[in-house]
Design a protein around this ligand. Sequence first.
Ligand SMILES: *[C@@H]1O[C@H](CO)[C@@H](O)[C@H](O)[C@H]1NC(C)=O
Ligand SMILES: *[C@@H]1O[C@H](CO)[C@@H](O)[C@H](O)[C@H]1NC(C)=O
Ligand SMILES: *[C@@H]1O[C@H](CO)[C@@H](O)[C@H](O)[C@H]1NC(C)=O
Ligand SMILES: *[C@@H]1O[C@H](CO)[C@@H](O)[C@H](O)[C@H]1NC(C)=O
Ligand SMILES: *[C@@H]1O[C@H](CO)[C@@H](O)[C@H](O)[C@H]1NC(C)=O
Length: 201
Amino acid sequence: MHTPLSLTSALVAAAAAHAVSAHFILTSPPNRGFDELIESQAPCGGFNTTSATRATIGPKTNISLTIADANSSVVVNFGTGENPAAFSVPIGKGSWVARGNFSVPIDLTAANITTAIKGTIQVVLTGGDGVLYQCADVDFNPSATSGTTTGGSTGSSPSVSGTPAATGMPAKAGGSNAAVSTRTVANSALMLLPVLLPLFF
Ligand SMILES: *[C@@H]1O[C@H](CO)[C@@H](O)[C@H](O)[C@H]1NC(C)=O
Ligand SMILES: *[C@@H]1O[C@H](CO)[C@@H](O)[C@H](O)[C@H]1NC(C)=O
Ligand SMILES: *[C@@H]1O[C@H](CO)[C@@H](O)[C@H](O)[C@H]1NC(C)=O
Ligand SMILES: *[C@@H]1O[C@H](CO)[C@@H](O)[C@H](O)[C@H]1NC(C)=O
Ligand SMILES: *[C@@H]1O[C@H](CO)[C@@H](O)[C@H](O)[C@H]1NC(C)=O
């Protein structure tokens, strides 16, 4: 049903549509999949199949978001298992009144998970287009000390850091510029192609 060509077209169309429509991409850990047209489908933005590769995360790390919405709030949840249907452990949140790249600290210590397990991070964004979803499949290792270790597509650190639960956290200059925002998301969508394409072969 899906072909690389139609996926590419969808991503290009999605990127082009960002000037008028506000969406977001979970850039780190690498997301399960992004398609603007179905990003409102719970629980994972229309992607029900887990990623072939998983980033390893410890109890405390940061996730990175590119948000093309001028006014948004996110809640980050964790679900345990190979392909969880429920995401019942809240592990982070943030809100912003600017577009841009944001870092959200997540904390899994409250989940009391003592052994290495598979799980999925779910990011739920509420903004101008309603409620949108992104997921990242991970290996959780309670003894991993810091950030994500991943072979994923995102190497650079976020330009703007958000703090959890902070309201009205402004982005620095550039984040509110629609043209910059559109280009940022277009880049992100194109960057995700190598990650997404193998899923459809
Ligand atoms: C994903 O699963 C949900 C709930 O089971 C279902 O409604 C939706 O159609 C599925 N999406 C795809 C793309 O298979
Ligand atoms: C997460 O980001 C904060 C800044 O927002 C930084 O101080 C902290 O070291 C980062 N943590 C990890 C595990 O990368
Ligand atoms: C952002 O959205 C919230 C919830 O809809 C609203 O209460 C708030 O006034 C908005 N803030 C700005 C700056 O638009
Ligand atoms: C984690 O353990 C603490 C202390 O035993 C307990 O109060 C808390 O309810 C547990 N949390 C979960 C999600 O099981
Ligand atoms: C935002 O993040 C994306 C994806 O990591 C990156 O391509 C882009 O250069 C970043 N933009 C800024 C302004 O840092």
